[in-house]
Design a protein around this ligand. Structure first.
Ligand code: ADP
Length: 494
């Protein structure tokens, strides 16, 4: 039996899983790491703490598996995307904490760029709606605010990486400075048509090309992890951003197939094949993967706050002991009692892209209970998903018959049933909802000969449950209309 290791470096924790040739997870290890919020809107991580949590999980996962290290063939990496690290290439020390994808600290820079260069200039090359969410303005923020940084960058002393790049650099003791096309496509510096770093953008944003990693296929020979970390030198043969890895892990290999991940945020991706479609309504066009030189594109709708709103009612409002208690508590009432929740804590993502909107509960009465509010929070994930899916269907011209779901909150049956009702299509949940980590393992194993082709990988996906619509279209629609009014009202309150 052969095995593949997968490193899944997420926003709140690092996870490592070991997958056997049959696609089963034989062991796993996970470690959380601290989040830093030094100023309003700032979200930072310590890149060293991230690295340590990965090394710890790697060692623990291998040890607890009892698998002979000689039977582990390769490693795949998947990561929280866009999060930006800039480090000194001589000392290996980051010059500023990692600026997390959620961080809004570079909003001002984006506003200036939009004014100076226009949205189209950026979107026509990168497929992205200019936003502080992507890496470019985060790099520029660091170069502007860290003393001496911009001179160091000009002298070629600094390196940039998204988390995959940072991990590969550290795990190889500075031998690898690389990323894959899916991660590169999230920097807002990469031309997704020509598939290369874009000189005009680099110049416009004041970012020297010498900082940037080389860009390889998603399945490629990236280099090796040093012996000290796994007990043997292990080749890295797969690398993808977390959402693209999840699309691959859900085996959405043909155009029209869609996955939706319910984690901290909600990310819906649709495989759109080899021709990129540029959205006119706030969806992103992104590179799903490139395998043996063949590019697959995806349309993406990003919702910033989903599962994290459940954390918020758990931790800040003290409504729930654990996130999964949201299900029995919401089930105490038959419906939302007219209560709607718009989770615009950090503005609204697709399809609104409204940086300044803030969250609100609507429709409260003296009779509203914790159960109604909890239900409204769960329903907000399903409404936001519907917003995105309707657009996706329209822009891709591909009908959606089924949505493949994963992520922590996909384990919530009440939410999944409500989702099927809202979408009026099947919601298909796999046994292993860790599609992201699984996807990275599949990518690495595909390149290292553990699996021969996509067909073989597709047969390893095991279904847990399929939720079918259980209500009339009309009643789903009337709830959705109220949601739309709530979003409008919320956007007026500025
Ligand atoms: P990430 O990888 O983004 O950290 P996960 O996929 O691990 O996220 O999912 C965790 C998120 O899902 C948390 O924000 C948590 O509040 C939410 N969550 C987990 N389980 C449930 C559940 N049963 N019902 C609703 N929300 C849940």
């Amino acid at each position: 039996m052969k095995f593949v290791l997968s490193i899944d470096q997420g926003t709140t924790s690092s996870r490592v899983i070991l997958v056997n040739q049959l696609g089963d997870v034989v062991s796993s290890a996970q470690q959380e790491f601290p989040q830093y919020f030094p100023n309003p809107g700032f979200v930072l991580h310590d890149p060293i703490e991230i690295f340590d949590s990965v090394v710890h999980s790697l060692k623990k996962c291998i040890e607890s598996s009892k698998v002979n290290i000689q039977d582990i063939v390769s490693v795949g990496i998947t990561n929280q995307r866009e999060t930006t690290v800039v480090w000194n290439k001589h000392t290996g020390i980051p010059i500023y904490p990692a600026i997390v994808w959620q961080s809004r600290q570079s909003e001002e820079i984006i506003k200036n760029w939009i004014q100076e260069f226009g949205i189209d200039f950026i979107q026509q090359k990168t497929g992205l709606v200019p936003d502080a969410y992507f890496s470019a303005s985060k790099i520029t923020w660091i170069l502007k605010h860290v003393e001496g940084a911009s001179n160091m960058a000009l002298n070629g002393d600094l390196l940039f990486g998204t988390i995959d790049t940072w991990l590969m650099w550290k795990l190889s003791s500075g031998k690898i400075h690389a990323t894959d096309v899916s991660n590169a496509s999230r920097t807002m510096l990469f031309d997704i048509f020509k598939m290369q770093w874009d000189q005009e953008l680099l110049e416009a944003f004041g970012i020297p090309q010498s900082m940037l990693p080389i860009v390889l296929d998603t399945c490629a020979d990236f280099g090796s992890i040093n012996e000290q970390y796994c007990g043997k030198e292990l080749p890295i043969t797969g690398d993808a951003g977390d959402q693209q890895a999840a699309l691959f892990g859900q085996t959405c290999f043909t155009p029209g197939l869609v996955k939706n991940t319910y984690g901290t945020g909600c990310f819906m991706l649709m495989n759109i094949g080899q021709k990129p479609v540029i959205s006119h309504n706030g969806l992103l066009t992104t590179v799903a993967w490139r395998i043996q030189g063949e590019i697959t594109y995806a349309l993406e709708g990003s919702v910033f706050v989903a599962g994290s709103a459940v954390q918020w009612i758990r931790d800040q409002l003290g409504f729930l002991p654990t996130a999964s208690d949201s299900e029995p508590i919401a089930a105490m009432v038959d419906d939302n009692g007219g209560v709607y929740f718009v989770p615009a804590f950090v503005g609204l993502g697709a399809p609104y892209w409204d940086q300044d909107a803030r969250g609100a509960f609507f429709g409260l009465t003296r009779g509203s209970t914790k159960a109604h509010l909890t239900r409204a929070v769960l329903e907000s994930m399903a409404f936001q998903t519907r917003d995105v899916m309707q657009l996706m269907q329209m822009e891709s011209d591909l009908p959606i018959q089924e949505v493949f779901v994963d992520g922590g909150a996909a384990n919530n049956n009440l939410l999944m049933q409500f989702q099927a009702n809202q979408l009026q299509c099947k919601v298909n949940r796999p046994q292993n909802t860790e599609s992201t980590a699984l996807g990275a393992a599949f990518l690495a194993g595909l390149h290292s000969g553990v699996w021969k082709d996509l067909e073989e990988i597709h047969h390893m996906r095991k279904v847990d449950k399929v939720f079918s619509p259980s209500c009339e279209v009309g009643s789903a629609d009337s709830l959705y209309q109220r949601w739309n009014i709530a979003v409008e009202a919320c956007r007026l309150f500025k």
